[in-house]
Structure formats: C-alpha cells, structure tokens
Ligand binder design. Structure first.
Ligand SMILES: *Cc1c(COP(=O)(O)O)cnc(C)c1O
Length: 387
C-alpha cells in the first residue's frame, strides 16, 4: 500500500479531517451568526495533529485557535499558521517578547504579571491580551471585580497592551445538574459589570456549554472535544443535536501468527496460558505507544470480529487471540470500525477508567498519524521525518 512508503511500522493512527470539518460546521450551524468559534488545538490537537486540525477547523469556519502553552503557539506559527492564536495557560512575564514577535495572544490575570512584563517589552512591541476570570473553576483567573478593575487599568494605561478579550471556564458544563454552571455564569456577568469598556471577545463556553447553553454564548465559544467528534461526557451523549463524527482511529497489522497448544504461555510473567489449541497474533504496539498495560483483556477487531488482547502488554508489542488462522499483514483495528463492529474512543476510556479526552492524547508521537480527506491520504506525520 502507498502509505508503506512513508513509515516503516505496521501501526498507525488515522485522522479523518472530513469528520473534523463536519463537526465544526455542525456546531457553527447551531450558533447565531455573531458567535465565533475558537478551535482548541492544544496538546497537538488532543493527539490528532495540531497543524492539520488547525487548518481544517479554520477552513470550516473557526476564526481563532487556542492552545495551552506558548510553545504550542510558536510551533503552529513555525508550520505556517497565520490565524490568531490564544494561549489559555499561564505564560512567564519575561517571555512576553515572544508573544509580540509571533503575534500570540496571551491570557493574563495578575496585576503584578503586567508590571513585570512591562519591564521586558520594548516600546514598539504590541501584545494582545485576554483577561481570565475565575468564577469557580479554581484554576486561573481574577476572582473579584476589584482585581479585574486593577488589571484592566494596567492594560488601558499602556498602549503596548491591547485588551482583546475576557473569559471564564466552566467546571461542570457537561453535567446534567446545571446549578453550579448557572452560579458561575451569574458571577461572570456580575464581574463583567466592573469593566469600563467591553473588549472585542467575551467567551466562556467549552464544547459542552456551546451545545447546551445558548445564554452563555456571548460572542465566541471555545470548541475542543466536540470538534474531534467525541462527547464531553457520557451523560451528555443524548443531548447532542447532530451526529458527531469520530475522527480518530488506531490501526495495526499482524506481524506474526502462530498456533499454540494447550498449556503454552504468552508474554512476560507467562500469565496467560492457552486452554486449547488456538491462534495467537502479535501486533507491533505497546505501552510506549500509549497502549498501556491496563488494556490487557481489551478487545480489538480482526477480520470484522472482536478478539481479545492476551498476556501482558509489552513496551512495543502485544498479543491477540485470533478467532481462526489469519495471514500476516491482516489489519487489526484497536479504535475504529471494521464491518459491523466499532470500538469507540469511549470504550477504551471506559476500560481505562478515564475520560475520552485522555485516550488520543496518550497515543504517543511514535505512532505515525495518517490524514484522510475524501477517503484519500493527504498527509502523513511520521516519527523519523517530522516528529
Ligand atoms: C481545553 C479547554 C477548552 C476546550 O474544552 P472542550 O471540553 O474540549 O471543548 C476550552 N477552554 C479552556 C480554557 C480549555 O482549557
């Protein structure tokens, strides 16, 4: 196959960019025209690939990108992304000149930070800022009207700073009980009242709030998990008014197939013992790829059937009990569809006692990413060329 010319390993993730575009378009259709989408592409776009997702989301109607750290923003600039980028996390004040140089918008929430940053910024440098308000997440942000006023005054008093936005973040927007969400929203509205002038962007909704609470739109939403086709929480599954398209799948191939006799053992610790004659296949993915040891016992799809991972998962490989003999090279789907069977990101999250967000994030860089559009491969991110 064509993709084999580009990486030398029988394990890869496939990212369907059409799914990402469709999810952005579906959300955009729900929003009033004046509400913009900020596409959240932090953490290498939740493990999907930052630049490919950023370009797709922008083409589908997002107007702004958001990342967690300035390194991620610089990486996007170095890959040719010119769209505005907001850093959601804390940046060191002495690094403000990098923000000026790369036109990166920073999140700020401390008067002292601005005082320190002023010492580093040259007179002709300009930086866009969004103020973060902590209305109950307890993570980052000004917590009172007084703190907000002090920060706003500092910004307005220095024309190297441009106040472009203000925002908060909800702790429970994905839970059915919306009382804490309502408290946070009310507090945000109260604190906004302390501003002398409203900046261009006021935003507070993550994916969950963007789907459920039109009254929290203001004029932009920060769209993360739903853009990737995943639900913000299990309880919200039935509340999504359009079909979500899961963009991420994980594939491998059988690299060795053998027949075991009753009593033969598999993998470290020799903990698995076959109780009859059976076919065992080896696939080249292990815990160093993020396919962690806790996934022992998880099913994968081979020949359209569910088959169990048996024995301990090794660093680079694991073993699968096959329904029957299968030739070397047979595709094994760890996440995704084969015929009428589907292993969702949610199924893996459930097996790992975690949330779907974590699953694509922990699939390591060592796993090549293959990008598809219109069913065709349009880009490949492999380990040895552009890791
Ligand atoms: C990650 C993040 C988001 C995106 O959240 P989703 O639930 O993935 O939509 C939005 N805002 C902030 C501040 C974030 O850190």
């Amino acid at each position: 196959m064509e993709e084999h010319g580009y990486f030398y390993r029988d394990t890869w993730a496939e990212i369907d960019l059409d799914c990402i575009a469709e999810n952005v378009i579906s959300v955009k259709k729900q929003l009033p025209q004046e509400v913009d989408i900020f596409a959240v592409v932090k953490a290498n776009a939740y493990g999907h690939g930052d630049v490919q997702v950023a370009k797709t989301a922008l083409a589908a109607g997002a107007v702004y990108l958001a990342v967690a750290f300035m390194d991620e923003a610089i990486a996007l600039r170095n890959k040719g992304i010119n769209a505005p980028i907001l850093v959601l996390g804390a940046t060191r004040p002495e690094d403000i000149r990098m923000a000026a140089r790369f036109s990166i918008t920073l999140t700020i929430f401390q008067k002292e930070w601005l005082e320190e940053a002023q010492k580093h910024l040259l007179t002709d440098e300009r930086v866009s800022l969004h103020i973060k308000v902590d209305t109950g997440m307890g993570r980052l942000g000004v917590r009172t009207s007084e703190e907000l006023k002090a920060v706003e005054q500092m910004i307005l008093g220095d024309d190297r700073f441009q106040l472009e936005g203000i925002y908060t973040h909800f702790a429970t927007a994905d839970e059915l009980d919306d009382s804490y969400f309502q408290e946070q929203l009310a507090l945000f509205e109260t604190i906004l009242g302390a501003l002398t002038k409203r900046p261009k962007y006021i935003h507070c909704s993550n994916s969950a709030a963007a789907i459920r609470f039109p009254k929290a739109y203001f004029n932009a939403v920060r769209l993360g998990i739903v853009m990737y086709g995943l639900t913000p929480s299990i309880e919200m599954e039935k509340e999504i008014p359009f079909p979500l398209k899961e963009a991420f799948s994980l594939q491998s191939r059988l690299v060795h197939v053998k027949k075991l006799q009753k009593g033969d053992k598999v993998s470290y610790g020799a903990t698995y013992e076959s109780d009859q004659e059976e076919w065992i296949g080896t696939i080249p993915i292990g815990y160093a790829d993020g396919w962690i040891r806790k996934l022992q016992g998880q099913e994968v799809l081979v020949g359209g059937k569910r088959s169990m991972i048996v024995g301990r998962i090794c660093m680079d490989q694991c073993m699968v009990r096959l329904p029957s003999y299968m030739p070397i090279g047979t595709t094994v789907t760890l996440i995704g569809r084969q015929e009428d069977q589907f292993i969702s990101v949610n199924e893996i999250a459930d097996k790992l006692d975690t949330i779907n967000y974590e699953v694509p994030c922990i699939i390591a860089n060592r796993v090549p990413r293959l990008y598809k559009k219109g069913g065709k491969i349009v880009d490949i991110k492999n380990y040895h060329l552009n890791n």
